[in-house]
Design a protein around this ligand. Structure first.
Ligand code: ADP
Ligand code: MG
Length: 251
């Protein structure tokens, strides 16, 4: 890993004093958060606390109202930054996987490679197949999304993201919409990705995943960071009543 240069294989994230308002509703009230290159940070907190908004600010799906966000050493709100170039390196996996229903699994994993990265079809297919193999779905490349379980579809969505060679992966509750029996497979893929050194910022309610995989856990409530630290500390020995209440509800 080579730090935060533009060509580094991994991007870090540095967020300082991030604010975001919708009209008079201030959703993020000065967030400081860092993810070092290769680090896995789990972001937890009650519904409505601003987790998705924070994630969406990192790749400018939402425009911050104030503060600063550096991704891979580049300030994302810099008007000179090529936002498409930034997004090319930032993979995002949502609760709803949003695969194209009329495309095969393989085609779902090649379409952005062809259109955005302008790869040749044979190369895109080779890369897609390798990433489908990586998530354990190599044999299902010719199927259509509705022939797969929710967990398999989410694994395709991860393979699709990986096929773009991301330097940072953002996950927004990737297992929240899944049947319980398929959650484990998706978490296992994410764990493998973490072990492979991917920089990951993961919004999740899966406390066991956070405890085992996260280098650090950040607990947000009401648009501020309430607690953060190593998982064993934040989950195992929460200091604030708000975190204690939250844990009682999710575990
Ligand atoms: P979380 O992901 O932690 O559940 P969100 O970031 O989705 O929280 O939402 C935080 C708050 O911001 C909520 O009160 C939500 O209603 C509000 N919010 C989110 N997106 C928008 C939007 N596009 N327009 C207006 N309000 C929004
Ligand atoms: Mg959310």
């Amino acid at each position: 890993m080579t730090g935060t240069s533009e060509n580094a294989a991994q991007f870090g994230v540095v967020i300082r004093g991030l604010r975001k308002s919708y009209g008079s509703n201030e959703v993020l009230k000065g967030i400081d958060l860092e993810v070092a290159p290769g680090e896995v940070v789990c972001l937890i907190g009650p519904s409505g606390s601003g987790k998705s908004t924070l994630l969406r600010c990192v790749n400018l799906l939402e425009e911050p109202t104030g503060g600063a966000i550096e991704v891979g050493g580049r300030e994302v709100t810099d008007p000179d930054l090529d936002i498409d170039e930034l997004r090319r390196h930032v993979g995002m996996v949502f609760q709803q996987f949003n695969l194209f229903p009329h495309l095969t699994v393989l085609e779902n994993c090649t379409v952005a490679q062809l259109k955005v990265l302008r790869r040749q079809k044979a190369e895109a297919e080779r890369i897609a197949q390798a990433n489908l193999d990586r998530v354990g779905l190599g044999a299902l490349a010719g199927r259509y999304p509705d022939q797969l379980s929710g967990g398999q579809q989410q694994r395709v969505a991860i393979a699709r993201s990986l096929s773009m060679d991301p330097h940072l992966m953002l996950f927004d509750e990737p297992t929240s919409a899944l049947d319980p029996e398929t959650v484990g497979d998706v978490l296992a893929i994410m764990r493998q990705l973490a072990d492979d050194g991917m920089t990951m910022l993961v919004v999740t309610h899966e406390m066991e995943f956070a405890r085992v995989v996260a280098d650090r856990v950040v607990f947000m409530d009401g648009g501020v960071v309430v607690e953060e630290g190593p998982a064993a500390q934040v989950i195992g020995n929460p200091q604030t009543p708000r975190m204690q209440d939250f844990l009682k509800r999710v575990i």
